[in-house]
Design a protein around this ligand. Structure first.
Ligand code: AFD
Ligand code: MN
Ligand code: MN
Length: 430
C-alpha cells in the first residue's frame, strides 16, 4: 500500500527543528535534574502510555442542528484506519483504534485486521451501538435496548453485543464497551428499579459470552438522549453494576458524562481502589457532554486525573490497567488535527503528573500542609514539558511539530479525488 504520510517529509521537517529541540531538551533536563528528576527516565515512561483513537472521531462530527463535512473525509472503516495511521505516524502514541459497530462493519473482518496490521495499528475496545436503529432492524430501540420492557428487543440488543465480542475476537481486541442511550424523558415513564434489573439481566448474558481474557467496560452518562433519567446515569450505578456482574466488568470514565463540578479525579481514585477502573474516554467540556478536544478547557482537571493514574502506577495498585481512549466530536476542525492535538495534550498531562514528587507530597499531606501539597502539584503542572514530548516523538520516528508537518503534507487535498464527498447531510452523533 502506498504511504499516505511520507516518512521523508517527517524527517525533513524534523531537520529544521531538531537543533533547537536538542537545546531545549538539554536545558529542561538540567532544570529537572535540580529537582532530582532524570529526564531520560521520564521520557522512557511514555513508551507505555498509549491512547486509542475512536474510529468515529476521524469523521467530522456535528450537532443535532447540522453537520458541516470537510474535504476528503473517510468514507469507510479502511479510510478511517488510514487517517488513524497518519495520526500515529506523526505522534507515535496512538497505535490503537477503537471501533464502533455496526458503523465499522465490513464484509471481511480478517481483511480489515490485515489492513490494520500493515498500518501497524491494532484494535482497542469494541463499542457496541444499541442507541440507534439500523436499516432493516426487526425491533426499534426508541424505548430502550438492554433495558427495554420487551424481551424481544432486549434479546436483539444482547445478540448485537455478543456479535461485537465475536467481531472483536477476529480483530484481536480484548474488551467490549457498552454505552446505552436507555432512559426516560418524563417522570413516571420508567420504573427505575425494574429498568436497572433488566439491564443487569441483559448484561449478565453478555458477560457470559466474554472470553477469559476479555473485559466489559460499562460507560455511564447522566443525560442525553434521555433527558429526565438515564439507566446508567453515574459512576455509582455503573460501579454497582460492575460489582454485580463480576471481576471482568469495570466502570469506564468519559470525562464529559458527569454532573457539572463533580470531582472526577476523586471518582477515578475510588474506582482504582476497588479495581473497577476500566479506562477513559478523554475529551473536554464547558457545559455538558460537549466532546470538545482534550485539554482545551479544563487542563488542570485533566492533569489532576492523570495525577491519580500516575499515583496508582507509583503505588503499583492492584489490578490497575486502564485503557485510554479519546472520544470527541470535531465539528469545526480537521478531525486529524484535533486528534493529534488531543492525544498530545493527554500525553502532556501524564508527563506532568510524572514530575510530581510523591514522597514530598505525602510528607505535606502527613503534616497537613495544605498549601505546600497544592504547590507541589502546581510545580509539576506549571512545568513546560513540550521538549520532552517533541523529543519522544522525534526519537520514535514521529514529528517534532506534528500539526505543521501534517499541514505541509497537504493530506486532504491529495486525497480529495480518491475520497469524493458522499454529500451526507445528516446530523452527526453528539
Ligand atoms: C456517547 C458516548 C459513547 C458512544 C458515543 C457515540 O460517549 O462513548 O459510543 O457517544 O458517539 O455519548
Ligand atoms: Mn464516550
Ligand atoms: Mn459522550
Amino acid at each position: 500500500m502506498k504511504e499516505i504520510i511520507d516518512q521523508n517529509l517527517i524527517h525533513d521537517h524534523n531537520l529544521k527543528n531538531s537543533k533547537s529541540l536538542e537545546k531545549d531538551f538539554e536545558f529542561l533536563g538540567e532544570q529537572l535534574q535540580q529537582r532530582g528528576i532524570r529526564i531520560e527516565e521520564i521520557i522512557q515512561k511514555l513508551d507505555s502510555f498509549m491512547i486509542a483513537i475512536p474510529s468515529w472521531g476521524t469523521g467530522t462530527g456535528g450537532t443535532r442542528f447540522a453537520r458541516f463535512p470537510g474535504i476528503a473525509e473517510p468514507r469507510n472503516t479502511f479510510e478511517k484506519l488510514e487517517d488513524c495511521s497518519t495520526i500515529n505516524k506523526l505522534v507515535r502514541c496512538c497505535p490503537m483504534v477503537s471501533p464502533h459497530f455496526p458503523w465499522d462493519k465490513v464484509d471481511d473482518l480478517k481483511e480489515l485486521k490485515e489492513f490494520a496490521d500493515n498500518l501497524e495499528l491494532s484494535f482497542g475496545s469494541i463499542n457496541s451501538n444499541t442507541f440507534q436503529d439500523q436499516p432493516g432492524q426487526t425491533h426499534s430501540y426508541k424505548f430502550g435496548s438492554l433495558t427495554n420492557v420487551s424481551k424481544e428487543v432486549r434479546n436483539q440488543a444482547i445478540k448485537h453485543n455478543v456479535e461485537c465480542i465475536e467481531w472483536g475476537k477476529v480483530l484481536g481486541s480484548d474488551s467490549l464497551t457498552v454505552w446505552i442511550g436507555d432512559g426516560s424523558n418524563l417522570p413516571g415513564q420508567q420504573h427505575f428499579t425494574h429498568a436497572l434489573e433488566r439491564y443487569l439481566d441483559s448484561c449478565s448474558q453478555i458477560y457470559e459470552s466474554l472470553p477469559d481474557n476479555w473485559q466489559m467496560f460499562l460507560e455511564h452518562k447522566m443525560f442525553e438522549p434521555a433527558f429526565y433519567s438515564t439507566v446508567i446515569q453515574d459512576w455509582g450505578t455503573s460501579v454497582l453494576c460492575a460489582m454485580e456482574l463480576g471481576p471482568k466488568a469495570k466502570s469506564l470514565v468519559d470525562l464529559g458524562h458527569h454532573a457539572p463540578n463533580v470531582n472526577i479525579e476523586m471518582i477515578v481514585a475510588r474506582l482504582i481502589q476497588f479495581q473497577k477502573l476500566a479506562g477513559f474516554h478523554f475529551n473536554d467540556s464547558k457545559y455538558g457532554d460537549d466532546d470538545l478536544d482534550s485539554g482545551s478547557i479544563n487542563t488542570y482537571q485533566q492533569f489532576l486525573i492523570l495525577n491519580e493514574l500516575v499515583d496508582a502506577e507509583y503505588r503499583k495498585a492492584k489490578g490497575f490497567n486502564p485503557a485510554y481512549m479519546l472520544d470527541q466530536s470535531h465539528n469545526v476542525t480537521d478531525p486529524i488535527e484535533s486528534l493529534i492535538n488531543s492525544s498530545v495534550e493527554v500525553q502532556r498531562s501524564y508527563l506532568k503528573a510524572l514530575l510530581v514528587n510523591r514522597e514530598k507530597l505525602q510528607d505535606y499531606q502527613d503534616e497537613n500542609d495544605a498549601l505546600m501539597a497544592s504547590n507541589e502539584l502546581k510545580l509539576a503542572y506549571n512545568t513546560d514539558v513540550s521538549p520532552i514530548l517533541a523529543m519522544y516523538r522525534m526519537r520514535a520516528g514521529g514529528a517534532i511539530d506534528p500539526i505543521a508537518t501534517y499541514r505541509s503534507a497537504n493530506y486532504r487535498k491529495n486525497l480529495e479525488s480518491a475520497r469524493p464527498s458522499t454529500n451526507s447531510n445528516s446530523s452527526g452523533i453528539v
